[in-house]
Design a protein around this ligand. Structure first.
Ligand SMILES: Nc1ncnc2c1ncn2[C@@H]1O[C@H](COP(=O)(O)OP(=O)(O)OP(=O)(O)O)[C@@H](O)[C@H]1O
Ligand SMILES: [Mg+2]
Length: 467
């Protein structure tokens, strides 16, 4: 309850309630005064009509006629003395009417007087007030016509009571509704809080429950859940990467350590030391290579570079990577041909794409003892397709998927340097870009294919102009 009072929702609710209550109160006060005013006018109109009637009688029938009428009216409404009559002479001695003496009257406003009145009822005398008007007859006689205000004041107090109750009811309903709504809102916020507390304590699988109403709380919960899903995926990816790196680097590091230990046990001479150090440096280089390759794969798989991807020209990337490998091909006596479309816009990461193409070219040149290597980059059916075909020994059909796994190398390749990570990166990069990578028979040799969805040509032009 105390917490409820401190919430924003409650404060807002209280403010609205106060405004609402104030306007309802203003309305009730207005109703009260206009009703009271109406009752008063009504009383005055009745008295006015009575006096007008009596004056006409007086003009027609003179004083005796008037006295007769007053007498008749005073006795006729015996017990129901809501209309008061009194005729006195010039010295204010009563002559006729249902008032026993000229009252101790107070001037209220022009033409109207008020006075206290004791009315006899069945339950005894009751104090009341009266409103009256006085008409002076030509010969000094005075005619007083008034009304007992008991009914009017009873009506007024009934209205006051009714209005009071409705004010109370309005405020009570407002408070109850406000509490209910605040409570409801707090419950939803609490659900979010509870979930986040559990997540903070380490359970990333927790999700904020949805009510299915599709309201703003549900939208908030949905967005939070989507965010949590993404964080969880990233965390999982990161954990996998660190696990892999730890696992994959342990073997070569142990090997390195074992070699150094054996060398020490051999009681080596200076020449053996030098050789051991050279081997260690080479092994460390390999380790670094593995490390970098693993990091690149992890980066591609985690998709962390997705945010910085832009529209790039795959044809141009292919050409420049191909040109980079021309000296290697020359040295080995292999014929390297490059054939590409003018433009192949793809949405991607230039660095990772270059690395993937370099890995394919590296394989083709590395595993082909003699012959030719062809690099082709063309647009086919709305995708950009890069092929690296060689005339080497190829990969048996049943191994063409396996070689994409990490650290998988074929028997015949053990003599050539390598980690078995090149194709893994190619596949990770393809996936990152929403594309595919696979191996085909080149009869003879191997054909590695990488396809990526083509981006809008105009997008490429736009980025070129911007750059
Ligand atoms: N063009 C190719 N011709 C014949 N065999 C290939 C060819 N490309 C890949 N392979 C086989 O697939 C295996 C995996 O290739 P991958 O590129 O993944 O690793 P790697 O070349 O051995 O080492 P790394 O690329 O990490 O230096 C290679 O070891 C090789 O046996
Ligand atoms: Mg390779």
């Amino acid at each position: 309850m105390v917490r409820l009072l401190r919430t924003n929702a409650f404060r807002l609710g209280a403010l609205y309630l106060a405004l609402f209550a104030a306007s309802v109160l203003a309305l009730l006060v207005f109703i009260y005064f206009s009703t009271a005013d109406f009752i008063e006018r009504q009383t005055e109109a009745t008295i006015d009509a009575e006096i007008t009637g009596l004056r006409e009688q007086y003009e027609d029938r003179g004083l005796p006629g008037l006295l007769e009428i007053i007498h008749a009216r005073s006795t006729a409404q015996h017990g129901n003395t809501s209309t008061l009559y009194l005729i006195t002479d010039a010295a204010l001695h009563p002559i006729a009417g249902n008032l026993s003496a000229w009252p101790q009257a107070q001037h209220i406003r022009a033409g109207w007087i008020g006075f206290p009145l004791e009315v006899r009822t069945r339950d005894g005398p009751v104090q009341s007030n009266a409103l009256a008007s006085v008409f002076v007859l030509p010969d000094g006689f005075r005619l007083l016509v008034g009304r007992d205000l008991r009914d009017a004041s009873a009506f007024r107090s009934r209205i006051t009571r009714t209005l009071g109750w409705s004010a109370l009811l309005t405020v009570a309903l407002g408070v109850a509704g406000g509490l209910f709504m605040t409570r409801n809102m707090l419950r939803r916020v609490d659900a979010v809080n509870r979930t986040s507390e559990r997540i903070i304590r380490g359970d990333l699988t927790q999700r904020v429950p949805l009510t299915g109403s599709g309201d703003e709380f549900d939208q908030l919960a949905g967005n939070l859940n989507a965010m949590l899903d993404r964080i969880e995926r990233l965390m999982l990816g990161m954990r996998q990467v660190t696990d892999n790196i730890a696992h994959d680097l342990r073997t070569p590091l142990s090997r390195l350590r074992a070699r150094l230990e054996v060398t020490l046990l051999e009681r080596p001479d200076a020449g053996r030391y030098a050789e051991a150090l050279r081997e260690t440096v080479a092994e460390a280089d390999r380790l670094l290579g593995t490390f970098n390759a693993l990091l690149s794969i992890a980066e591609a798989e985690a998709g962390s570079r997705r945010e910085t991807m832009a529209v790039v020209d795959l044809a141009e990337i292919a050409r420049s990577v191909g040109e980079l490998y021309e000296p290697v091909a020359d040295e080995k006596g292999l014929a390297l041909t490059i054939d590409n479309d003018a433009r192949l816009p793809v949405h991607g990461d230039r660095h990772l794409l270059s690395q993937a193409l370099a890995n394919l070219l590296d394989n083709a040149l590395k595993y082909t003892p003699a012959g030719s290597v062809a690099l082709r980059a063309h647009g086919v059916d709305g995708s950009a397709r890069v092929e690296v075909a060689d005339s080497g020994p190829g990969v048996p059909a049943d191994r063409r998927e396996a070689v994409f796994d990490r650290f998988v190398r074929l028997e015949g390749s053990r003599s050539t340097p390598g980690n078995g990570l090149g194709l893994s990166l190619v596949r990770a990069v393809a996936k990152l870009h929403g594309g595919e990578a696979w191996l085909e028979d080149n009869n003879p040799g191997l054909k590695a294919v990488l396809t990526l969805p083509m981006a809008d040509r105009s997008a490429l032009a736009a980025t070129r102009n911007a750059a």
